[in-house]
Design a protein around this ligand. Structure first.
Ligand SMILES: Cc1ncc(COP(=O)(O)O)c(C=O)c1O
Length: 407
């Protein structure tokens, strides 16, 4: 009786999360004695990176000094004020502490957003390729997801014509990830303005995930969407997992840009949910506060290190014409194409699973990044690992693919 009664809810059953699913197979293989090179998860702390000492000290001091109570549900006021200042200095955006919600990572902010802004069956527009948490959580919230294409031949920029085709008055949210995971693309001001205009014409809220905007390796930091949005309501996400090197702290935030107060009610809904979960972790809030106030002198060397790691990946992949790679300009992901039709593999998923089983190199298949023709025949590599490991993994990848060229 119990077994029949207690099955996963349908909405969770349908949820897929390629990045984590492959890990189960990798763990099994490792248990059986296979050496696995993990290039699958965007967590710098799994490699040779450290959380800045001043953040750790401030977190520890806060806890030692009694800051172990529930924090303000929206985040400690001092911290939200510092976040406003930080956005002002980075992007020239004036946002008040009232329009900031501190969350347990951007992941939690995505939950809050979908819960407060969408009802079952309502439409949201995601990029293809997308960061999979958006599509997984949209499944849980039973949204009707549509994908707009980003175009490899155009440096993976979003295609405004495709957005025009997919968006309508019914579209409640349009998500942008800039700089992008998985492509490493940076969107220029021209395309951002176009996207703003299209969203405005359709009364759609823009959601701009800017979690990688401090990890620009080549070229300029993209403009913050809120600085371009004019009167188009925009929710911006950012956090401390990537450029502040504290993914395990689960710290992030959302802020609202909405000069005409169009979305005040839905934003209030996000605050309501934040209150219902009581608070994020208090000592962590003081740790990230210290991070925001510090000079962040580690950032320049960090970007340099990532750039040479990116180049190590590109150098090996480019030896084979089976692969194509638009050089990522930011973050720590590469999203190469593989010409599956010239190989014996059935799909990108088949390639990635076989590569893991045979060579022990763990990546993620492209079609896990959203249902669209642009994601297939690709795979994602995380290039956080030291150069020698990346070089070894890429050589294995290239040799493996070449061995499987059709006669
Ligand atoms: C685009 C993007 N948004 C959000 C997240 C999740 O961030 P957090 O650790 O703050 O939940 C990630 C993590 O990889 C990401 O790539």
């Amino acid at each position: 009786m119990y077994v029949e009664k207690y099955r996963q809810s349908n909405r969770v059953r349908e949820m897929k999360y390629a990045i984590r699913d492959l890990v189960v197979l990798a763990n099994k293989l490792e248990k059986e004695g296979k050496k696995i090179i993990r290039l699958n998860i965007g967590d710098p702390l799994r490699y040779d990176y450290e959380t800045p000492a001043e953040m750790i000290e401030a977190m520890y001091d806060a806890s030692k000094n009694g800051k172990n109570y529930y924090a303000d549900s929206l985040g400690e006021l001092e911290l939200r004020e510092e976040i406003s200042k930080h956005e002002k200095s980075k992007h020239g955006i004036s946002t008040s502490a009232d329009d900031v919600i501190f969350t347990s990572g951007v992941s939690e902010a995505i939950y809050f957003l979908l819960a407060a802004f969408t009802d079952v069956g309502e439409e949201i527009l995601l990029p293809a390729p997308t960061y999979p948490a958006y599509s997984s959580l949209a499944t849980v919230f039973q949204n009707n997801v549509k994908y707009y294409n980003c175009v490899e031949e155009n440096n993976w920029l979003p295609d405004p014509d495709d957005i025009r085709l997919k968006i309508s008055e019914k579209t409640r949210l349009m998500v942008l990830i800039n700089p992008n995971n998985p492509t490493g693309a940076i969107y220029d001001e021209k395309v951002l303005r176009e996207i703003r205009d299209i969203a405005g014409e359709n009364n759609t809220v823009i959601v701009s995930d800017e979690i990688y905007d401090d990890l620009v390796l080549e070229g300029e930091r993209p403009k913050g969407m809120a600085s371009i949005a004019k009167d188009v309501p925009t929710i911006v996400f950012n956090g401390f997992s990537k450029s502040f090197l504290a993914p395990g702290w689960r710290a992030g935030y959302a802020y609202r840009w909405d000069p005409e107060d169009y979305i005040a009610d839905a934003w209030e809904g996000m605050k309501k949910i934040a209150r219902a979960r009581l608070s994020a972790t208090t000592p962590i809030e003081y740790g990230v506060l210290a991070g925001l106030r510090s000079e962040r002198s580690y950032l320049a060397p960090l970007r340099k290190k990532l750039l040479s790691r990116r180049d190590a990946v590109a150098k090996v992949l480019e030896k084979s014409d089976l692969f194509s790679l638009v050089h990522p300009k930011a973050a720590f992901y590469a999203f190469p194409g593989i010409d599956i039709s010239r190989t014996t593999f059935e799909s990108d998923e088949d390639f990635v699973v076989s590569l893991l089983k045979e060579e022990g190199v763990l990546t993620v298949y492209g079609s896990g990044f959203g249902k669209s023709p642009v994601t297939k025949d690709h795979f994602r590599i995380v290039y956080l690992a030291p150069e020698e490991i990346l070089t070894e993994a890429m050589e294995k990848t290239v040799n493996f693919a070449e061995k499987h060229i059709k006669n």
